[in-house]
Write a protein that binds this ligand. Structure first.
Ligand SMILES: Nc1nc2c(ncn2[C@@H]2O[C@H](COP(=O)(O)OP(=O)(O)OP(=O)(O)O)[C@@H](O)[C@H]2O)c(=O)[nH]1
Ligand SMILES: [Mg+2]
Length: 463
């Protein structure tokens, strides 16, 4: 990869109040001069917001009046000279501005992840941090995001550095032993074994924390199901706070399942409204709808059974809930919503037992008055975003880091195996070196062009 100055938009190409572009490299001052004039370039103060009029360097045409900030190397994201410009968020302006900057000699469009790649190459962050930048951007829930922030702040780097130092220290002593090997008849390995066992445990601990990204970015899925007319679609609308799905007093209104996105405290979820499931299908289409409802329930992380609170003989809590039980014999719900609590002038809506909501397995809800909706969201949040036991938990998400750790672990296993056999010290030293190199490649102390290429190719443009 060359060392030209790079430019890219940092924000998506759409209409917004403000957009942002970033330029990084040795030609940044030149870019300021060509866009904003010689005076602007001379008066450039690092880290100060400037208001200016950007003009096309070729034609002199005004592109936009905007804010820009200059960061002087090495005090910038990439460690190079950086210019950030904040035009109005009109895609036409962003394109023209991008074109104008690209046309300046020595400047080209940035590749995906190239800013972060340069930040790594200039020692601004190590590889575990660079990889976590993508996690910070793409985390789909709060727990993931918090972990990504811990990785970005170097929590894993620290663990790996401690391990590497330990391995280095033992290696150094081994090499000393290799030098004096002739004098010593039988080196004593007993103390070392424990040290390696400890290193093995630490590596295994980090390895076991691995959670694949594919799994991480999947949004949790809640599915509403129940008898026709129970009030499922009304509940979706009430949870969203808008009339998104069709509601009517005709049973069988919802035929195909409808999916919406809902924001809970812990993050975004998928919420699916299904066709009512009756004992008997009224026609072929009805049978098909019910089959689909059952299929989607198989994928659910949380099955919410909606029972009609206004449609039960006697309206007794016991009756409604036993109905729910009968209904759910083959589809065990994770939670039961008793709907239409505004209508049910009944025991269940007034019952103290059901009002202590959160720790019970059912809740009275009215889509009309909003009763119980907040509590329902809390329950959904608790079930769909299970809190990790320890707020300080750290897990790795990178396949690359995982395979480096596996390599290190295999090396330590070989060392432990050798130690059993009273080996030649040279052999031990050799294996230790492999372990050290595997650890060093996690943080990128050792890296190759191929590795960097594969890491940063997955980033977005402008990051
Ligand atoms: N008063 C009152 N009526 C409700 C409430 N929720 C739903 N309803 C009414 O109950 C009827 C059925 O509501 P829907 O939301 O369409 O029921 P559904 O479970 O989606 O029904 P299907 O799609 O046919 O399975 C409609 O007439 C709604 O207006 C509520 O909380 N209070
Ligand atoms: Mg419906």
């Amino acid at each position: 990869m060359d060392s030209l100055t790079i430019v890219a938009p940092m924000t998506p190409m759409g209409v917004s109040a403000v957009a942002a572009l970033r330029v990084s490299g040795t030609h940044v001052r030149d870019v300021v001069r060509r866009l904003f004039g010689a005076r602007a370039a001379e008066n450039l103060v690092p880290r100060m917001a400037n208001l200016g009029t950007a003009r096309d360097p070729q034609t002199g045409k005004v592109l936009d009046s905007l804010l820009y900030i200059y960061f002087e190397a090495p005090n910038s994201y990439t460690g190079e000279d950086v210019l950030e410009v904040y035009p109005h968020g009109n895609p036409l302006i962003v394109r023209d501005l991008l074109q104008a900057i690209r046309s300046i000699e020595g400047v080209r469009l940035a590749e995906p992840g190239e800013y972060t790649r340069r930040a790594f190459l200039n020692g601004k962050m190590d590889l575990t941090q660079a990889e976590s930048v993508a996690d910070v951007i793409h985390s789909a829930n709060r727990a993931e995001l918090e972990n990504a922030h811990r990785l970005l702040s170097g929590a894993l780097s620290k663990k790996i550095a401690t391990l590497t130092a330990l391995v280095k220290d033992i290696s150094a002593r081994l090499e000393l032993d290799v030098d004096f090997a002739e004098e010593e008849a039988d080196p004593d390995f007993s103390g070392w074994k424990q040290k390696f066992e400890n290193i093995r445990e630490s590596i295994k601990g980090i390895l076991n924390s691995f959670r694949g990204k594919a799994n991480l970015s999947r949004l949790p899925l809640a599915v509403l199901y129940g008898a026709p007319n129970a009030g499922k679609s009304s509940l979706v609308n009430a949870l969203l706070g808008e009339d998104r799905v069709l509601v009517s007093n005709v049973p069988g209104t919802t035929r195909d399942f409808v999916e919406v996105r809902l924001f809970l405290d812990g993050g975004e979820i998928r919420l699916i409204d299904t066709a009512g499931i009756a004992d008997k299908a009224t026609d072929e289409l009805d049978a098909l709808s019910m089959k689909k409802s059952r299929e989607i329930l198989d994928e659910a992380d949380m099955k919410i059974l909606v029972v009609d609170g206004n449609n039960s003989a006697g309206n007794k809590e016991g009756v409604i809930l036993s109905e729910a039980q009968a209904e759910s014999k083959d589809l065990k719900p994770d939670f039961v919503v008793v709907s239409k609590s505004d209508l049910a002038a009944n025991v269940i809506a007034r019952s103290e037992a059901t009002k202590q909501s959160l720790d019970t397995s059912h809740l009275n809800v009215s889509s009309k008055t909003g009763e119980g909706l907040d509590d329902l969201k809390k329950v959904m949040n608790a079930i769909l975003f299970k809190k990790s036991e320890n707020a300080e938990d750290l897990w790795i998400t990178s396949e690359r880091e995982k395979s480096c750790l596996e390599e290190a672990l295999a090396g330590v296993d070989r060392v432990l195996d050798l130690l059993e056999k009273n080996p030649a010290v040279e052999l031990l030293a050799f294996e230790m070196q492999l372990v050290r190199r595997a650890l060093q490649s996690i943080t990128g102390e050792i890296s190759s062009e191929d590795i960097l290429q594969s890491i940063f190719a997955g980033f977005c443009i402008g990051k």
